[in-house]
Design a protein around this ligand. Sequence first.
Ligand SMILES: [Zn+2]
Ligand SMILES: [Zn+2]
Length: 136
Amino acid sequence: MTTPIKGSCLCGAVRFEITGTPRSLSYCHCTRCRKQAGAFAAVVMVRKADFRLVSGEDQIRRYVPDEPWKHVRSFCGTCGSPLGEPSDDYELFPIAASALDDDPGVRPVLHMNVQSKPAWYEIADGVKQIPGTYGG
Ligand SMILES: [Zn+2]
Ligand SMILES: [Zn+2]
């Protein structure tokens, strides 16, 4: 039995745990992620069975975008920290790596939607890049 990976929002109201190792860690540079997360979003893909909300369920707000945008974005209603898209509807979902308090044990494998990144941000690592402009 391994120690769970802990995560929390900035104010600490929302706390969660991930058991096991997340499926992957990747970066999304789309305009939607930029607006919510900062320069880009770093997300770990987590199995529903591995995710447990410890506290703050009543603090979580969900932004459901209008078409054609997809991806519900969850965040803390008090401090605004992005949390990703925890959902009962999917077996696998993205969780904001920025909310993790522990090392998830995985390293980035992909930059997504690189054509949407701002000119002022330069990718300076050797991680695989997928062009794309999808803004979901
Ligand atoms: Zn918070
Ligand atoms: Zn994105």
